[in-house]
Design a binder for this molecule. Structure first.
Ligand code: FMN
Length: 178
C-alpha cells in the first residue's frame, strides 16, 4: 500500500467515529489519505480529527470560495488510486446508485475513474430493505466493490446485520484490492 493515494468518503452514520482509525491504519501501511465528508458526517466526527490523523486537508464543500483553481471533486477524483466510502449510509448508496451528485462526496464518486469500495453501515432493517439491496446490486453491476456489514449489536440496540466491518478488516480488503 506504500505510496498509494486513497480518497476516504465518510457519511453520516454512527460508525463515522471509526473513520479516524481507518485513516490511521491506512497511513500505517504507507498510504496517503484524503478525506471527503458529507455535512451529516460532520455531526458524528469532526473534520479537525480527520485532518489531524490524515495530515491532509479535509474536504466538505462543493463550492469553495478560495483555494485551488480547479474544482475539488475533479482534483480529488484525479488524485486517488482508490476510493473507499466508510461508513456508507443507505442514503449515500441510494444517491450514488441513482447518479445523484448533490454534495462533494457524491460528485467526487461520479467523477472517479478508479476502483470504488463501499463499507455500508446501518440498522439491519434498513440494510435488508429491498430498495437498499436493489441499490447495492445496481452498484455491484457497475463494478463497485462492497465490504459487507457484519452481524452485531447496532447503535439502536438491535442485533442484526448492519454493523460496519471492523477497520482492520476493511484495510486488509483495500490492501488486497490494491
Ligand atoms: C444517531 C443517528 C445515527 C444514524 N446512523 C445511521 C447509520 O448507521 N446508517 C445510515 O444509513 N443512516 C444513519 N443515520 C441516518 C443518516 O444520518 C441520514 O440518512 C442522513 O441523511 C445521511 O446523510 P449522508 O449520507 O449525506 O451522510 C443516522 C442518524 C442518526 C440521527
Amino acid at each position: 500500500m506504500k505510496g498509494k493515494k486513497i480518497v476516504l468518503g465518510v457519511t453520516g452514520g454512527i460508525a463515522a467515529y471509526k473513520a479516524p482509525l481507518i485513516v490511521r491504519l491506512l497511513k500505517a501501511q504507507g498510504a496517503d489519505v484524503r478525506c471527503v465528508m458529507t455535512h451529516n458526517a460532520c455531526e458524528f466526527v469532526t473534520a479537525l480529527t480527520l485532518q489531524t490523523v490524515s495530515k491532509n486537508k479535509v474536504y466538505t464543500e462543493t463550492f469553495e470560495k478560495q483555494g485551488e483553481w480547479n474544482p475539488e471533486h475533479i482534483a480529488l477524483s484525479d488524485w486517488g488510486d482508490i476510493m473507499l466510502v466508510a461508513p456508507a449510509t443507505a442514503n449515500c448508496i441510494g444517491k450514488y446508485a441513482a447518479g445523484v451528485a448533490d454534495d462533494l462526496l457524491t460528485t467526487t464518486l461520479l467523477a472517479f475513474g478508479g476502483k470504488i469500495v463501499f463499507a455500508p453501515a446501518m440498522n439491519d432493517k434498513m440494510y435488508n430493505n429491498p430498495i437498499v439491496q436493489r441499490n447495492i446490486r445496481v452498484l455491484k453491476d457497475c463494478g463497485v466493490e462492497f465490504i459487507e456489514p457484519i452481524v452485531g449489536e447496532l447503535a439502536c440496540g438491535a442485533v442484526g446485520q448492519g454493523k460496519m466491518e471492523e477497520p482492520e478488516k476493511i484495510v486488509e480488503r483495500i490492501k488486497n484490492i490494491l
